[in-house]
Design a protein around this ligand. Structure first.
Ligand SMILES: NC(=O)c1ccc[n+]([C@@H]2O[C@H](COP(=O)([O-])OP(=O)(O)OC[C@H]3O[C@@H](n4cnc5c(N)ncnc54)[C@H](OP(=O)(O)O)[C@@H]3O)[C@@H](O)[C@H]2O)c1
Length: 263
């Protein structure tokens, strides 16, 4: 790949995960990094030894990855839209922000992604949607270095954001509650943490083919411990609790989209 300028605005949780994943690749990228928060700037300088700027000067070519919060987007676009050449590919990860919204400000090609933090280890999954047809600047090839990629209709992004972008939080919140329960039942917090960490590491070997409910059936035995726990989850309306959480996250994505359009 020819040398490519890669600009990242916002180096918090997701921006730094991108940077980590991209620096793991053997690609000819020149990074230009922008961040406001002094603590984040220090940690990026310590970990990666790259220079970090506060403001964009001008972006003439390459890729501009936006990793800021939706609330900061309008100010960013007001300040910077005239500094971005039309040849630059704009890549956005902002939850709830549609490509059509950004297109009101700039005429660039836009690709929207909904990864999660696993891209930092190059084994993520990256749903994307784009405003153009053919691959541009070999970006899809580059993205494939961070994980497997799949294109979706943009209208599906609210639900994809809820189940995948936010997804790790559902499993980790559950893990945190299991640790809390084990601790209440007499196991030390450090042992509970260790066991649940090991449990999470063992899960990938169980998934991949069969439906999840079938795998649960294989773990369950009649009148056994798993069945007792699953019966308890069902009588406490676990399905309703999970549906409400996924629905709330989806609705919040829709709401962010409306808020940003009305600002
Ligand atoms: N975290 C995830 O797992 C995840 C997953 C999928 C999608 N996303 C999306 O990714 C985006 C970033 O999330 P995050 O968790 O990484 O947020 P974050 O940790 O808050 O990082 C955003 C960073 O951008 C900085 N910033 C704001 N405006 C800036 C500007 N104009 N120039 C340079 N830096 C600027 C912020 O600084 P200040 O704090 O000083 O404003 C902050 O340090 C969000 O839109 C979110 O929807 C996140």
């Amino acid at each position: 790949m020819n040398n490519l300028d890669f600009h990242i605005v916002g180096l918090g949780n997701l921006g730094s995960a991108f940077l980590k994943g991209l620096t793991n690749l053997d690609n000819n990228l020149t990074f230009h990094l922008y961040e406001k928060e002094p603590k984040v700037i220090e940690s990026i300088k310590d970990e990666f030894n790259f220079d970090v700027k506060n403001e964009i000067d001008v972006i003439e070519s390459g890729i501009l990855l936006l990793c800021i919060k939706p609330k900061d987007l309008n100010k960013f676009l007001d300040t910077n839209k005239d500094k971005i050449s039309k040849d630059v590919l704009i890549c956005t990860v902002l939850a709830g922000v549609e490509t059509a919204y950004i297109s009101q400000f700039v005429g660039n090609k836009i690709i929207r992604l909904m990864p999660n933090l696993s891209i930092k280890n190059n084994n993520g999954f990256i749903p994307y949607t784009k405003t153009y047809q053919e691959d541009y600047l070999s970006f899809l090839k580059l993205l494939s270095g961070l994980g497997s990629i799949t294109e979706y209709d943009e209208e599906l992004f609210h639900i994809i954001t809820a189940i995948y972008g936010s997804g790790p939080a559902w499993y980790l919140e559950l893990s945190s509650r299991i640790v809390e329960s084990a601790t209440k039942l007499g196991l030390s917090k450090s042992e509970s943490n260790k066991i649940i960490n090991e449990l999470l590491k063992s899960l990938p070997s169980l998934v991949g083919g069969d439906e999840f409910s079938n795998i649960v059936e294989k773990i369950k035995s009649p009148k056994g411990t798993t069945e007792a726990g699953i019966n308890s989850l069902n009588s406490d309306s676990f399905d309703k609790i999970v549906f409400n959480a996924i629905n709330a996250a989806t609705e919040r994505s829709i709401q962010i989209s409306k808020e940003i359009n009305n600002e």
